[in-house]
Design a protein around this ligand. Structure first.
Ligand SMILES: NC(=O)c1ccc[n+]([C@@H]2O[C@H](COP(=O)([O-])OP(=O)(O)OC[C@H]3O[C@@H](n4cnc5c(N)ncnc54)[C@H](O)[C@@H]3O)[C@@H](O)[C@H]2O)c1
Ligand SMILES: [Zn+2]
Length: 361
């Protein structure tokens, strides 16, 4: 990729201060597409500076973000509308820009991967979850009914542009949510990243922004070991997600906040199992409570009706991580930066959740 006066650029990921001009986009792609189609989240397109930036582009397809956008049954209708908008187009001469959060990225990424057997794709994430996680690693996905991410492809973006001015005014809840995924990556990566995070108080946007490059490169390190999800190595990115996902659904929590709580569960269980020593448990617990404000999420849960054991069973059984009726793959920590993938029984997860006080009997 050409040299840019940007904040940081590493292979396909660029950190930019501002949304790029058309010329700069061409530089990044290495060619000037005849047709640039922006698939965008209608909600963010009304915000500045996105609104003004989009005026420069004529081919735009607005969508409503959310899981419904990823619904397989809706896909043919979207494709027809997009094809009508695009007119005649050569796959070598066009490009799709996905502008939005993870649902827009999954939808537009899938579209780009199958339209004319694949057209160049650029991700411009607008949520921190997308910036840190879903825009990287090449997974695209659609849902089939209630089952999430059943149809998809591996289609890495030609470029991922992380644009600072998009995130500067994000609502606080989005920042809390991003912090949970950031903590997850710091635990998976360990080393300097963990120490950097440990020495920062995660007050707001600046601290999250400062650690984004480390979080993103930690994700790429995992993805590179298992790009097509064949060896199972990539599953370590699910750290904190088994209980986290159930809490997200039951309490209607932002994804990353629930993941933060799921991390507390995973590290406590790792210690109880004898995988994680007390000293590391203390260091991690201090980090999660003091730096990431997990305490607040705990307090929120305490005010609500607790989930029952049987409810948790149903949530986890429905989760795709359950390999058969009774077993699932669970990610433990045996140290900071050291993950362990183990097959556990569903009952053992429930018993541990009860022991730790996450569910009632
Ligand atoms: N492909 C992958 O590797 C991968 C990884 C993790 C998650 N995911 C997927 O990502 C999706 C979740 O991502 P998400 O939370 O970004 O979803 P999303 O796209 O639904 O965005 C969440 C909400 O934030 C709003 N929003 C977007 N940008 C905003 C901004 N700048 N300011 C204010 N509001 C804004 C959206 O309109 C939406 O209401 C899930 O479908 C999940 O399956 C995919
Ligand atoms: Zn997640």
């Amino acid at each position: 990729m050409g040299k840019m006066e940007d904040l940081y650029s590493d292979s396909s990921v660029s950190f930019l201060k501002k949304l790029p001009s058309k010329k700069k986009l061409s530089e990044m792609l290495g060619f000037t597409p005849e047709k640039v189609l922006i698939i965008y989240d209608r909600k963010v397109s009304r915000q500045e500076p996105i609104q003004s930036w989009m005026e420069d582009f004529s081919l735009k397809y607005g969508v409503s973000a959310g899981e419904k956008l990823k619904e397989l049954e809706e896909f043919p209708d979207h494709v027809k509308k997009i094809m009508k908008l695009l007119g005649t187009v050569s796959p070598r001469n066009c490009c799709v820009i996905a502008l939005g959060g993870g649902t827009v990225g999954d939808f537009a990424g899938f579209f780009a991967s199958v339209f004319k057997r694949g057209v160049p794709l650029i991700h411009v994430p607008t949520t921190l979850l997308a910036a840190m996680d879903s825009a990287h690693g090449g997974k695209t996905a659609l849902n089939v009914g209630d089952l999430k991410n059943q149809i998809g492809s591996f289609y890495p973006a030609h470029a991922v542009l992380i644009v600072r001015e998009i995130f500067e005014n994000l609502p606080p809840l989005q920042l809390h949510s991003a912090a949970g995924e950031l903590a997850k990556m710091a635990l998976i990566e360990g080393g300097k990243f963990f120490e950097d995070v440990q020495s920062t108080h995660m007050k707001g946007f600046e601290e999250i922004w400062q650690h984004l490059p480390e979080a993103i490169s930690a994700k790429y390190k995992v993805v590179e070991q298992d790009p097509l999800e064949q060896s199972g190595e990539r599953a370590i990115l699910n750290l904190g997600h088994t209980l986290g996902h159930a809490l997200e659904l039951y309490y209607d929590l932002p994804h990353g906040v629930a993941v933060g709580l799921g991390l507390v569960f995973s590290v406590n269980w790792s210690h109880h199992h004898g995988y994680l020593n007390f000293q590391d448990l203390e260091r991690i617990s201090d980090l999660l409570h003091d730096k990431f404000g997990i305490q607040r999420a705990h307090q929120f849960l305490a005010k609500r009706k607790q989930m029952s054991r049987s409810r948790l069973r149903r949530f986890i059984a429905e989760d795709k991580k359950v390999t058969d009726n009774e077993h699932l793959s669970f990610i433990f920590l045996s140290g900071i930066g050291k993950t362990l993938r183990r097959t556990v029984t569903l009952d053992s997860v429930l018993t541990e959740a009860q022991r730790q006080g996450w569910v009632s009997g």
